[in-house]
Ligand binder design. Structure first.
Ligand SMILES: *Cc1c(COP(=O)(O)O)cnc(C)c1O
Length: 389
């Protein structure tokens, strides 16, 4: 209907090259994805270690299904928390080196639940300007006073902390930033929080499994420990499955259990997936080669991208963003790559700041060096086509 307010909104999104669409993918995820008639070399997923379709983990999920059935049947605090959830929770806490943990069905739910449980009206939250949407939503829903500080700017953060009168203070940050691939200065953040009596809540969605000895995440990577640190790890990215957890001091995690509405009022995580995650943790710790190979892929891409008309943001992680700037130009580049058999997502505002639309190249241990060479060749070819036009 032409007078529908929704139609007008959709038209406006279309006009700004901001309309989003599902791509329908046939079959499992991987470095090759089938969409319609095309098989594309994909640099899209957060399956950094190539575990989302790993035979041992798939088998563990199947064994878990036979043992526990499909559904948990109720929320965790009714009868949905089974032995396998308890085992996984304990494993996760030990894996990241923290006293206690609590499972959530997704990272989004973990962040919203954790922040709203810990912080409330009258409290102050300090939030990195480039934090993930789930952290932002948690801050908003907490009804605490939220102060944004410029991205990774410790001096600005220190000033804001010094200026607050609130007694309960929380600094909230991604560790590896999801659309930039850079890393928060975690040791300095932890020290700053201790000096100012603030809690540090960190989201390691892109560091868990990727960084640190045995893939134990960013705390292990930096050797950071703090009695005021609350850690969120997600299990749908490098771990290849789904779900998330919060870990930290016993009383903090206990408070999250008591009041996180996204834990209390939601059906417990499917037990078979918890069973699969026990095997995923084994593979993450065992296969050091996946992280070594990933580092080689990052180096290969960064060397190959020199001389392209677009800039790769500085990043040592498998998230390698190529900044294009304009929304339509980013979409056009993604389209040009797709025409060459390569799939890389264009990321536009509001996911990233206006004027910084980009291709978010993400690498996986399942890629080969030749896959990265093919991406670089397609980018060069697209650049030449653009100049020729
Ligand atoms: C993906 C992501 C989440 C959400 O995790 P899901 O398990 O996918 O809901 C949270 N934080 C960051 C930084 C992320 O990139």
């Amino acid at each position: 209907m032409s007078d529908s307010p929704f139609a007008a909104r959709l038209q406006e999104l279309e006009r700004q090259s901001l309309l989003r669409r599902h791509r329908v993918v046939a079959g499992p995820t991987g470095t090759r994805v089938r969409i319609g008639d095309a098989e594309l070399l994909a640099f899209c997923s957060n399956d950094y270690l190539g575990l989302a379709n790993h035979p041992e983990i798939v088998e563990a999920a199947a064994a878990g299904l036979r043992r526990y059935g499909v559904g948990a049947g109720s929320s965790a605090l009714v009868t949905g928390h089974m032995e396998v959830h308890e085992a996984l929770t304990g494993r996760l806490a030990r894996f990241v080196g923290l006293p206690s943990a609590l499972l959530f069905s997704s990272g989004y739910l973990a962040n919203v639940g954790t922040i709203t449980a810990l912080a409330g009206p009258g409290d102050a939250i300090f939030s990195d300007a480039l934090n993930h949407a789930s952290l932002i939503d948690g801050c908003r829903l907490s009804r605490a006073a939220v102060h944004r500080y410029p991205h990774r700017d410790l001096a600005a953060l220190e000033q804001q902390l010094a200026g607050t009168k609130a007694t309960a203070r929380f600094v909230v940050s991604d560790i590896v930033f999801s659309m930039d691939g850079d890393i928060a200065p975690l040791p300095e953040l932890a020290a700053l929080c201790e000096r100012h009596g603030a809690w540090l809540v960190v989201d390691d969605a892109h560091g868990f499994g990727v960084l640190g000895r045995e893939g134990r995440g960013s705390l292990a990577h930096f050797g950071v420990a703090s009695p005021r640190l609350v850690y969120v790890g997600t299990l749908g990215k490098a771990a290849g499955v789904a779900g998330a957890f919060v870990a930290g001091p016993r009383d903090a995690v206990e408070v999250v259990l008591q009041s996180a509405r996204t834990h209390i009022f939601s059906t417990a995580f499917p037990p078979a997936l918890a069973h699969a995650l026990l095997t995923s943790l084994d593979v993450i710790a065992r296969d050091e080669w996946r992280r070594t190979h990933l580092a080689a892929l990052v180096a290969r891409l960064r060397a190959g991208a020199k001389g392209l008309p677009w800039r790769l943001l500085p990043s040592e992680t498998p998230i390698q963003p190529l900044v294009v700037g304009d929304n339509a130009a980013a979409l056009a580049l993604a389209e040009a790559l797709r025409a060459r058999g390569v799939l890389v997502p264009a990321i536009r505002p509001p996911t990233v700041p206006p004027g910084t639309a980009r291709l978010r190249i993400s690498l996986s241990a399942a890629h080969t060096l030749e896959d990265v060479d093919a991406l670089v060749a397609a980018l060069r070819d697209a650049a030449a086509g653009r100049r020729g036009a």
